[in-house]
Design a binder for this molecule. Structure first.
Ligand code: 13P
Ligand code: SF4
Length: 301
């Protein structure tokens, strides 16, 4: 407890001294999410809020692609990530060469790229999307067919909600791909009346068994709006911990999967990141310029 309180106090003081803000994703642990973060949210909210930051330094408590997005939208600010190894299996599933090949194979079709990708992959893309706006982005072209990379399951889950044909890639989230329809059936047996919310990175067979599917922000809003008496969030473990704090009357069933990348961020390395100004997120200028366009197009839709 002493070291926890010491880290929190030190981080709050460092933020003031260095004119820094902490943007934290919904999967960060409660002590980060509730005690030191200035802005919390899903990937879309973090990208939007990054365009409004006034501070000199942004600490991204999340994974590397989120820190890159914050840097693209704030090229003149210092963007720090507490652990450079905080990656993402989706971002690792596709390279810029893959995207160039996809474009050659499907000339004329727009390439919609999930934000869970590197800046270099975004630089080859037409527009970005997040799980919070993917359907809107897909339909924004008014075309019968689009390409959506790299999350196969997100693409198939969105395809089930629209007449637009979606050509997908074969990337998966290592956290959400582990949920199965049998898990959902077992939860319904063991926890009668449980309302099942699934992130759209889950396999389509899992989403089909759920009561609702949406981004981490949409799941959190659902709990606030509907106030189910018993709920399970099929997503990363910290999500339920963070949402439960604000809803003491809702019973959270907690089977979940940990994201090892998100869990690399700790109070200790946020503190040292602010103390030492490391690790700075750097994107080569030519890539940054090209990668920013699809992110800005997404924010304009
Ligand atoms: P959200 O945009 O829904 O927060 O999802 C980000 C993510 O990494 C999910 O695994
Ligand atoms: Fe990537 Fe999945 Fe972790 Fe989200 S939960 S950061 S998609 S590996």
């Amino acid at each position: 407890w002493a070291s926890f309180a010491d880290d929190v106090d030190a981080i709050l003081e460092l933020k003031r001294r260095k004119n820094a803000v902490i943007l934290a994703h919904n999967y960060q642990t409660p002590e980060i999410f509730h005690c030191v973060a200035d802005i919390v949210g899903d990937s879309l909210a973090l990208a939007r809020e990054a365009t409004r930051v006034d501070a000199d330094v942004i600490v991204l408590a999340g994974v590397h692609f989120m820190a890159e997005t914050a840097k693209m939208l704030n090229p003149d600010k210092t963007v720090l990530i507490p652990d450079l190894g905080a990656g993402c299996s989706l971002a690792d599933s596709i390279t810029p060469d893959d995207v160039r090949l996809i474009r050659q194979r499907h000339p004329g079709l727009p390439i919609i790229t999930y934000v869970n990708t590197s800046a270099a992959v975004k630089a080859e893309s037409d527009i970005c999307c997040t799980s919070g706006n993917a359907l809107k982005i897909v339909e924004s072209f008014g075309l019968p067919e689009v390409i959506m990379i790299p999350d196969e399951y997100l693409a198939r889950n969105i395809a089930a909600e629209t007449d637009v044909k979606i050509i997908a890639w074969k990337g998966h989230c290592e956290v959400h791909e582990r949920f199965t329809p049998a898990d959902v059936q077992e939860m319904r047996r063991n926890w009668p009346g449980v309302v099942v919310l699934a992130h759209p990175e889950c396999p389509p067979e899992v989403v089909a068994e759920a009561d609702f599917s949406g981004s981490t922000a949409h799941m959190s809003n659902y709990v606030g709006d509907v106030k189910p008496s018993r709920v399970v969030l099929l997503t990363e473990c910290s999500m339920s911990d963070n949402v439960a704090v604000n809803h003491p009357d809702v019973e959270f069933v907690r089977p979940c999967n940990l994201c090892p990348h998100m869990k690399r961020i700790t109070l200790g390395n946020i503190r040292s990141c602010l103390e030492n100004g490391e690790h700075e997120v750097v994107i080569p200028a030519d890539i940054l310029e090209r990668a920013r366009l699809p992110v800005e197009r997404m924010l304009a839709v």
